[in-house]
Ligand binder design. Structure first.
Ligand code: FEO
Length: 398
């Protein structure tokens, strides 16, 4: 990837991974991704902020060559995960005087993950600064976005905040700056859903802390750079707020059509009651889209046939993901079918243990759903409507 310029002396030197399809062998990447690394040439010192995934090491090194970088004094590591830190060992080999600047927690993790020796580190604390001559970097500890060691680096004179994963998005784009805001903000929201959502409380604090900085650009280490930081910060504030929306998410699997008939009936019943309903057929659903839908939803209804006394394995997977992502959901229910018995309701309920949910009466059918079952689904839709009204998501006159 070509070198791109954020400001005089501040360069994007990372790599774009146009064709990567999966992250952490888990998260689908419909638009690829990028590993952004930034080089700042100060009047006295040169610093590299984060590196790239080892698979793209050659692109970072080629960019440093294009800029004739003969000396790197510091490599700032905002986050120890290997998509940003994985090329640090190679940089330390090529630039033998370079030191890794990071906090003590990140140092510990880099030593474990990359075997970087102690003597190559400069350890900083929250709000410590580093002079590059004409520029000053300030380090701001921001734990749990999304690991315990994460931090931000603020270039005071450039008014650029380097946030690594925070406010990132998985996009492979040749543009450096956000141009199509709606598209990029949806991508950033999805990224938040996939890895940041469990840390909502920490992020709220970090957003408050950023308010005190004079920021002209936010430069994350995935996706594009924000030249209008106030917009993405306002978006993020909405994601982490305690507010839920008048929405129901319905992840489901159906093997012989019974569960699907119940899901379709529920979707229609909810729409008729003025509630947004989104079904996800888990045999083909993009799990990133499911995570995205969970940011705002007030209610989840999990629908499954019974397989070997429990829920379908795809439902088990999706339910464990919902539980781990810890969305703001308030209400839940379970619908589905069985042939001769089982413990699906108990098992799914048990798998949602980290969430503080009010469980609504489940609807289970032996065999094919008849009219009585569909009426029970209508009653479930009524209960959801009542709960949504109860927390002010729907006005009484609607
Ligand atoms: Fe982009 Fe947590 O690594």
């Amino acid at each position: 990837m070509a070198v791109r310029v954020l400001k005089p002396g501040v360069y994007a030197v990372g790599a774009i991974d146009w064709h990567r399809k999966l992250f952490d062998e888990l998260i689908p990447l419909p638009h690829g991704t990028s590993y952004n690394s930034y080089l700042i040439k100060g009047s006295e010192k040169t610093v590299l902020i984060d590196t790239v995934d080892p698979a793209k090491e050659y692109e970072l090194l080629a960019n440093l060559q294009k800029l004739d970088v003969e000396k790197i004094d510091y490599v700032v590591s905002n986050h120890a995960e290997q998509d940003h830190s994985g090329t640090i060992p190679r940089i330390l080999e090529l630039y033998p005087d370079a030191k890794v600047v990071t906090n003590s927690k990140c140092k510990e993790m880099l030593r474990d993950l990359l075997l970087i020796p102690e003597e190559r580190f400069v350890t900083i604390k929250d709000r410590d600064t580093l002079s590059l001559g004409d520029r000053t970097l300030e380090f701001i500890l921001a734990p749990w976005v999304h690991w315990p060691e994460t931090m931000f680096t603020y270039s005071r004179e450039d008014r650029i905040l380097f946030t690594c994963d925070f406010l990132g998005s998985h996009f492979a784009e040749s543009n450096l700056f956000v141009n199509e805001e709606a598209k990029i903000y949806e991508g950033a929201k999805r990224y938040y859903a996939e890895i940041m959502m469990p840390f909502r409380t920490s992020i709220k604090k970090h957003l408050e802390m950023i308010k005190g900085l004079d920021v002209e650009m936010i430069a994350p280490s995935h996706g594009l750079v924000y030249s209008r930081p106030e917009t993405i910060l306002a978006e993020c504030k909405d994601w982490v707020s305690d507010e839920v929306k008048n929405e129901v998410v319905i992840p489901y699997v159906s093997m012989h059509g019974s569960t699907e008939k119940m899901v379709n009936h529920l979707v229609d019943a909810l729409i008729e009651r003025g509630i947004t309903a989104t079904p996800f057929n888990l045999t083909s659903a993009d799990m990133g889209e499911l995570a995205l839908s969970l940011i705002d939803a007030a209610t989840i209804v999990i629908a499954s046939p019974t397989v070997l006394v429990g829920p379908h394995p795809r439902v088990v997977y999706a339910t464990s993901l919902v539980n781990a992502l810890r969305p703001k959901l308030k209400f839940a229910s379970i619908i589905g079918s069985y042939g001769w018995g089982g413990k699906m309701v108990e098992q799914i309920t048990g798998m949602l243990s980290t969430l503080k949910l009010e469980m609504l009466e489940p609807v289970m059918v032996k065999g094919k759903p008849n009219d009585d079952v569909l009426k029970a689904i209508d009653r479930l839709a009524d209960e959801i409507l009542k709960r949504h009204k109860g927390i002010g998501l729907i006005k009484e006159e609607q």
